[in-house]
Design a protein around this ligand. Structure first.
Ligand code: FES
Length: 91
């Protein structure tokens, strides 16, 4: 990107409390590209963040924290839908 650019991205938050600064599961580290100083942002409170500051490794790890639960939920929903289809054909 050109020097002096401004890039803003909407950073995902896992759907946890979404009550702005309560559970901290949406905490996103930022690293200032000039000073190297690390700071933290509650993504549920401030979703639009400067992309040059976002720690994408931490973002990836944070978004994976619920992956097992999400996969189990998807399997459960698929099972329930399949079960519902079977019960409709039995009627
Ligand atoms: S989701 Fe709980 S503080 Fe952001």
């Amino acid at each position: 990107m050109k020097p002096g650019h401004a890039a803003i991205g909407s950073i995902n938050s896992p759907m946890q409390c979404m009550m702005k600064e309560i559970c901290a599961q949406c905490l996103q580290p930022h690293k200032d590209p000039v000073t190297g100083k690390t700071s933290y942002v509650f993504s549920c409170f401030n979703q639009d963040q400067p992309l040059d500051h976002v720690d994408f490794g931490a973002l990836d790890a944070r978004l994976r924290q619920n992956s097992v639960q999400e996969k189990l939920t998807a399997q459960w929903i698929a099972f329930c839908e399949h079960d519902r289809k079977l019960s409709r054909t039995a009627d």
